[in-house]
Ligand binder design. Sequence first.
Ligand code: AMP
Ligand code: MG
Length: 343
Amino acid sequence: MLILGIETSCDETSVALLEHRGGNALEVRANLIASQIEAHQLFGGVVPEIASRKHLEAVNPLLRLVKEQTDLSDWRELDLIGVTSGPGLSGALLVGVAAAKALSLATRVPLRGVNHIKGHICSTFLERPDLPLPMLCLVVSGGHSDLVLVRDFHTFERLGRTRDDAVGEGFDKVARSLGLPLPGGPNLERAAATVQKTGLRFTPSNMEPSFDFSFSGLKTAATQAFKKGQGSPQEVAYAFQTSALTQLARQTKRAIEQFQPRTLGLCGGVAANGALRAKMAEAAGDLEFVVPTPILCTDNAAMIGAAAFFEARDHEFPSFSIDDLGFEARSVWPIDAASQPVP
Ligand code: AMP
Ligand code: MG
């Protein structure tokens, strides 16, 4: 069984081909990502209009490349197409959704529009197909900071979310105010890694008794501290990162104690952060800890193909129907609203 994934929710165009290997196992045969980072660099952040245009330029060449690289002779060999239909930037999502609908219509291969955060969660299943459930999963990216209890492939309970900025957004904005170039997150991590110790400290936000997060106060504190000359860029980066990661780890540990999951998962772009991976491995204690390889952490289409596959497999596997092409791009689509218990 062959599954094509398409992802265009933010500033990465991605197309992937997966092959089902039995059970929950999916082999990633191709997972190409065209990053737009250079186009946005000048502006210090993602410009939605530019993002849409860049997706438009990249999506067809990427589709062609995946076809070539996997020796697919005809798109009709596909069994399923999955595309991110939300949440994300509306104009960006529309490009992937339109491309997927066109391909489905032309080939009569069934299509599913899937939730991007569900995709991130499914990247843990690509890494470890038979991980023990329930899994507590921390989804941390440029747009999201969610603590999700994953009961099965389709039932998600959002225990906590950010009340303001996503943690990746915090990394990016603080990096910018410290004069670090895009991509902010990885460059802030690099700057922080040069510091062993500093007197500068930002108290982590305490959102108890909820499992929510808050990063905007920390972002402002870090920006102000740098402006006032209270530390070098490296010291401020270190103190910011320490505070942000401490908050993430604390809430995760509290949720582990209360909900007793069997696995701890970490995914989303910020999961590439080495210090976060180490902190979460420690928070996991005796639990199994799963974090996908970095290429599956960042926005990519393999995770979208995986999410589409599990939905199709566990619900009546769709045959092509023009009615299934009626879904739209949804800029807002919380993960718990994407829960759909198996019938
Ligand atoms: P995504 O939204 O899933 O594509 O992830 C992108 C986000 O992850 C951006 O906000 C990046 O700055 C952030 N990010 C990527 N690598 C790192 C890192 N090593 N440390 C912190 N944040 C990171
Ligand atoms: Mg993402």
